[in-house]
Design a binder for this molecule. Sequence first.
Ligand SMILES: NC(=O)c1ccc[n+]([C@@H]2O[C@H](COP(=O)([O-])OP(=O)(O)OC[C@H]3O[C@@H](n4cnc5c(N)ncnc54)[C@H](OP(=O)(O)O)[C@@H]3O)[C@@H](O)[C@H]2O)c1
Length: 290
Amino acid sequence: MESSKKVTVIGLGDMGTVLASTLLKHGYKVTIWNRTAAKAAPLIAEGAIFIPDVATAIAASPVMITCVTNYDKTRSILGSPAVAPVLAGKVQIELSSGTPKNARDSAIWARERNMDYIDGAILATPSQIGRPDTPIFVSGSKPAYEQHEHILKALAGGLQYMGEEAGAAATWDMGFLSTLFGMTTGFFHGAQIFQSEGIPIAALGAMIAHTAPVLGEMIKRQADVIQAGDYSNPESSLNICADGVQYFVQQAKDAGINAEIPSFILGLFKRAQAAGYGNEQLASVFKILK
Ligand SMILES: NC(=O)c1ccc[n+]([C@@H]2O[C@H](COP(=O)([O-])OP(=O)(O)OC[C@H]3O[C@@H](n4cnc5c(N)ncnc54)[C@H](OP(=O)(O)O)[C@@H]3O)[C@@H](O)[C@H]2O)c1
């Protein structure tokens, strides 16, 4: 088998297992390693080669995908003295989650060992891996990316290369997740409102899914305002939005439900108002979060 079709996967948790399985389905020769050997059994049945010695597992392929709990765990595996002799010349694709600094530190660490380094952030759950629209953001060594893009494409048709700066993929991931978690937390309060009013929560979820492009448009508008640094001429000023959030606090009181989320949002909006931004765009809240 040509060496470009050989991949070693280090870490067989929920995600690593699916990564290895997906590569097997795409005809790759997949060598696997995991601290807990028992987790390799289903993949061995699918055709993966389990090697209990991690250095030998890494040596088996030109490319290794690392996908463990976090970067420190990866370092504890690759940093062992037994592994040191097999690292030079390898390409590491780090798919564990972490911060931009984690990624930059790992890129330096890899370079010091004569490895090429690609950092990736998986914006999907294990069951979503391998679809034409699965998003994975990657950044780091461009030559290594171009040479091994086919591996990543097999895992995620929605693959996006974010540039040579190793921390870029993690930055995009965190920007996306910050938006997602913020909106989802807001949704949880919306669900409380629905429950308190006796309307099925599933109906709210379906409506949000239906209006997702409009939500995206609103976020993009805030981004454009912040990028341009021009918070003037609001269609809907911070003052108007803050008045709106007051109703959420009032509704929570009326319905006897928790008011933490609207109170938190109102607190931010009030701080921005106190800073003199009341007649500006809502995006002016960004300025108090520096
Ligand atoms: N699951 C998701 O939906 C998802 C989505 C996007 C990104 N991710 C990221 O993918 C990475 C893996 O996630 P996962 O869901 O596969 O996690 P998981 O099921 O908890 O698996 C964790 C993996 O890390 C290994 N590990 C932990 N500590 C270790 C150590 N000290 N030495 C060696 N191996 C160690 C575990 O080995 P053992 O089997 O021996 O415990 C296991 O292979 C994480 O960074 C996660 O944030 C996951």
